[in-house]
Design a protein around this ligand. Sequence first.
Ligand code: AMP
Ligand code: MG
Length: 362
Amino acid sequence: MVEQQFGIEKDTKVKTRLVRMDEQHIDAALVKEAGDVIKAGGLVAFPTETVYGLGGDALNPLSSAKIYSAKGRPSDNPLIVHIADMGALDAIVREIPDSAGKLADKFWPGPLTMILHKSEAVPYETTGGLDTVAVRMPVHGVARELIRAAGGYVAAPSANRSGRPSPTLAKYVIEDMDGRIEMIIDGGDVEIGLESTIVDLTAERPIILRPGYITRQMLEQVLSAVEEDSTIMRDDSGQAPKAPGMKYRHYAPKGDLTIVDGTAECVVEYINTRIAMHRNDNKRTGVIGTDASVKEYRADVCKSVGKRSDEEAIAKELYRVLRELDDENVEIIYAESFDTDGIGQAVMNRLLKAAGHKIIHV
Ligand code: AMP
Ligand code: MG
């Protein structure tokens, strides 16, 4: 295990300690230190199987306030409470419906968040003023040990500054959070790369608010009928949001992003024609393609998210590629479109949001 302090800029207030710890080498003393930071009201960024989380004590209203301020996130956008053991659930919810018990049996620990009615133990600062609470039990070993060491309830949104893609590597957490939080645990790259599936169990029927690795089909193997929020794949600008958090525009890259859908040949031809046009206007261009197509593009910066047939790899690479395009200061971005089977639906949901639902069919 390597441990180091790193450079802090003069104008930042908090000294951020960076430590490395992966699932295979859990250091109990270090976990205890990180847990103590959270218990004392501080913030620790840590790896999970989905993306890096920014953790604070979920039952301490001051910690939630600190999370919002470190992220620059509006405080009516609710946080997900992370637990490590099923026994911890009782204290934070009013009741555990059958559906939640069944889903927990099958998918916890794992990348599934359930919305339940909150108990009085959960402050409104954590739930963005709602009477419901979002709960998840991650499977990542470091996350679980940290949650236990921190007292059992860790509020953790993704560890990015608001408006940036969720971090899938510790270096992106450092970029966004250095000087703003007490500690960052570098656990290497994450497994899934997209945020958890969110299912609301407080409505008449279970409803998916955000797609993720756990798909509707997988949920329906346990619960007979699961609905999907209508805004998952469609423009939501005209709809009233289900929860305050859903009204916020998701990450959008600095460049103007358009998705192009069609046969491989037509997509390449269309994008290259557009790029030639933008080049005449002296615009810096970028493309999000796949291993098979990326060499065909004539943009200034061409990035592959992997093999088209490997949707799990695409999910894992998408946020990294979006960050790299931002870092390269491209002004115009074209992305290929992806299949919406399985985790592909979550990939397209994030990409459509990033593109403000701009999609062209060629
Ligand atoms: P994350 O950005 O991964 O921290 O996820 C937080 C998102 O979970 C919020 O933006 C909401 O969309 C959703 N969420 C959290 N708590 C609730 C809740 N009580 N009711 C509905 N959605 C929620
Ligand atoms: Mg987030």
